[in-house]
Structures are given as C-alpha cells and as structure tokens.
Design a protein around this ligand. Structure first.
Ligand SMILES: Nc1ncnc2c1ncn2[C@@H]1O[C@H](COP(=O)(O)OP(=O)(O)OP(=O)(O)O)[C@@H](O)[C@H]1O
Ligand SMILES: [Mg+2]
Length: 394
C-alpha cells in the first residue's frame, strides 16, 4: 500500500528509509487518522485542555512535550475514552469517538502510574488483554514470550508486580500495552523510570516496533531529548494549548515562541528593539548596547517592525568562541569565561558579557589536545552568523 507520504512501508524495510520519507503532514491531500477539533476539557475553573486542534497521521510517531500540569495526560485520556471533552470533537479514521467506551476504541493506553494487576504474575498481566480477545493459548504464549524478551524481562514471567523494581514494573506496563498491537498506542511517560542506557535502547526498540507493526504512537514525555530522538513530529503544550507543532528540527531550529525556545534545548535570549527590517534581514539594537543582525523571516508576520520589542535567540552550539578580538560587526559580544563544564564530547562555556548576563556557548571537542585551551577568566569574544539566530516576539 502506498502511503500518503510517498514510499510504501513494509515489515522488513529498514526503519531509516521509512522514516526519512514519511511526512504526510506536508501533503494537502493526506487524511488525518486522529483529529482533535477545538477540544477543551475543564475541571471546575481549570482549563486542563484549551481549544486544541491537532491532526495526527496513520503510522506517525507523535510526541507530546510540555511541563508538568500542561494537559498532556488529559488530552490522551480523552482520545482513549477515559475522559470526556467539555467541548469539541475527536475523530479517529473519520469517525466521531463521542460516546464510544474505551474498550470499543482501537486504542490502547499505558498509564503514567502503570496500573498493573497486583495479584497476577508478570506473564498474566501481559496476557490479560490477549485472553480477553480469545486468542489461542499457543499464540498468547508466543506473543508474551516475545514481548518479555523485547523489554528485557525474560525469566520474570512468574513474578508478581510487588516483586519488581520500579523500572521493571514500567517495562511490564509497556509490554502489556504493546502486546495487543492496537492501531493507536498511547504511552504516558513510558520510559521515565528506566536508567539512561536502557532508556535509550528502549527508545530505538520502540521506533523499530512502531514501524514494524504499523502502529500510530502518541507518546507523552517531559524529556525533550527523548521526544527529539523518537518523534516524527512534536507538539509542545503549554497551559492546555498547543504552543507549536512541528518536526524535531523545526521546533529546535525555529521555535515559535520564547517558551518553546526555552523548553526545548538551551538557548540564550538577547533582549532588544528592532531598528530596521529589510525583507528577511532584521537589525536589532540589544538592550545592553549590542548590535544584532538576523536573517530569516520571523515566524509571526506581525513581529519585527521597527520599534518592536523582541528577543534574539541563539543556541549554544551556534556561537563561536574566539580568543582574539574579531573585526567589529554585528553579532559580536565581548565577555569573560565564568564557568566551564567539560562533558567529554562537548564543553560548555558560561561567558559573562558586558551587562553582567551569562551566555552559554558549546564547543565540540573534536581534537584531543588544543594548543591554547580557554580557561577561567579569559577574555573572549562570542560571534554568531546572522542565520544562526531567530527573532522572537516579546
Ligand atoms: N480529575 C481532575 N480533576 C481536577 N483537575 C484535574 C483532573 N485531572 C487533571 N486536572 C488538572 O488539569 C491540569 C492538567 O493535568 P494533566 O494530568 O493533564 O497534566 P500533565 O501534562 O499530564 O502533567 P504531568 O507531566 O505532571 O503528568 C492540571 O492542572 C491538573 O491539576
Ligand atoms: Mg501526566
């Protein structure tokens, strides 16, 4: 079957070739698989979810990212049918889900709190849904064994949940959700309790599995690296609303708002006022007397007319750190090395500039030895290219 995104997706294709060409959201003819239409959910005076419009495509790996309490779980529970919208509609495959109970929806949800059956063994927990479906015993056994292997819990099938660690319980909950192979799998913080290495491994396993089984994934995480690694697209939520929806690269390179910029990755915001705008080129006078020049249209057309208060936002790895004074020009800042964090592959420098604020600059450690290493209290210059920054409205 040809996907709206272009390439056919089969079970034995390399994941990379599938993911590379998958972008149905860029195709105006593509039909959304899941559609939230102006969906809200109020609890008393709190709008947990507030007017969300969102289209998710079949076989998409979609991540919801956002700070605690922004409405991620509530949005997911409405799709699963455990919560009813106060307003708006949710469609799946063109069908309005209103009134359809959770067990009638082709959706399976793994809860943030795991919700394992305490009196059942690990294998019993995982097999539960398959037994309800009335699958033959031998198939249930095979599928349970395969999934236990996937989550690295072979040999744990006979234990009860209270005999497991937190991370192991989380893996059982994940296995229980995966084993049913629903069309849509909702995972609420599925990897939060795993240690870093197992977490990274499981991220890649999940991505492979999603392609292999042809499932649509909606995954909640508050770990931005995890979302960037796994997702086809990310929605950043903020107080019940969607602040931005885009691919990981779009969200990282062109954040729509200050809060998205600050939430996803490190960024320095230089406050200032627009002096001039010539098409794509925006000149900004920094509040501390700096001169900035940024190329690239600001995302919001209304932003960046002369006199507007804006921020020039730059990521740490997009700034150069120079030991010698460069030629005068825009996007050059003088400062002093205030702190150094050696991370092995990267070193991050915290540089104190003239107005006393700290700018974070990251440098890749490509060579093992550097002729003139920068050190504490060194005088340095920061420089960045006009297309390395974005202008954000205040
Ligand atoms: N049943 C409920 N009754 C009242 N308020 C609720 C209820 N469920 C959620 N809320 C409120 O709605 C808001 C969103 O909650 P939600 O659980 O969706 O957040 P979240 O993004 O999943 O947060 P976290 O990352 O901490 O899990 C919060 O302010 C929460 O207190
Ligand atoms: Mg939650």
């Amino acid at each position: 079957m040809a996907e709206p995104g272009g390439a056919p997706r089969g079970a034995h294709q390399p994941v990379g070739s599938v993911r590379r060409s998958f972008a149905p959201w860029t195709d105006p003819a593509a039909q959304a698989f899941i559609r939230f239409e102006d969906v809200s959910r109020r609890f008393g005076s709190v709008a947990a979810v507030d007017g969300v419009d969102l289209a998710i495509y079949e076989r998409e790996f979609f991540c919801l990212l956002g700070p605690s309490g922004c409405g991620k779980t509530t949005l997911m529970r409405m799709l699963a049918g455990f919560e009813t919208p106060s307003a708006g509609r949710i469609l799946l495959g063109g069908q309005d889900l209103a009134g359809l109970p959770p067990y009638r929806r082709p959706v399976n949800m793994m809860f943030q709190s795991y919700a394992l059956f305490p009196h059942m063994s690990v294998a019993g927990n995982i097999a539960f849904g398959l037994k309800q479906e009335g699958l033959p015993r031998s198939e249930i056994e095979d599928r349970v064994a395969a999934i236990l292997k996937l989550v690295q819990l072979e040999g744990f099938g006979a234990r009860r949940p209270d005999q497991l660690s937190g991370g192991q319980k989380q893996r059982v909950a994940l296995a229980r959700a995966l084993v049913k192979r629903p069309k849509v799998l909702l995972l609420d913080e599925p990897l939060g309790a795993l240690d870093k290495k197992l977490r990274e491994e499981t991220q890649f396993e999940l991505m492979d599995l999603q392609v292999e089984l042809g499932m649509t994934f909606l995954v909640v995480t508050h770990d931005q690296d995890e979302a960037m690694t796994m997702a086809d697209r990310i929605a950043v939520m903020e107080r019940g609303r969607l602040a931005q929806v885009g691919t990981p690269a779009e969200i990282y390179e062109s954040p729509a708002t200050r809060s998205v910029a600050a939430f996803v990755g490190d960024i320095t915001l230089f406050e200032g006022t627009v002096e001039r705008r010539d098409g794509e080129v925006v000149s900004v006078a920094g509040a501390a007397g700096q001169a900035f020049r940024v190329v690239g249209a600001p995302r919001d057309g209304a932003v960046a007319a002369a006199g507007d208060a804006v921020a020039v936002a730059v990521r740490p790895e997009k700034m150069e750190l120079l030991a010698d004074r460069p030629e005068a020009g825009p996007n050059v800042l003088e400062g002093e090395i205030w702190d150094i964090g050696y991370l092995g592959d990267w070193t991050t420098y915290r540089v104190k500039i003239a107005d006393g604020s700290i700018v974070k600059v990251a440098r890749a450690n490509a060579a093992r030895h550097v002729a003139r290493p920068l050190t504490w209290e060194d005088r340095v210059w920061i420089r960045f290219a006009p297309d390395a920054a974005v202008v954000l409205a205040r």
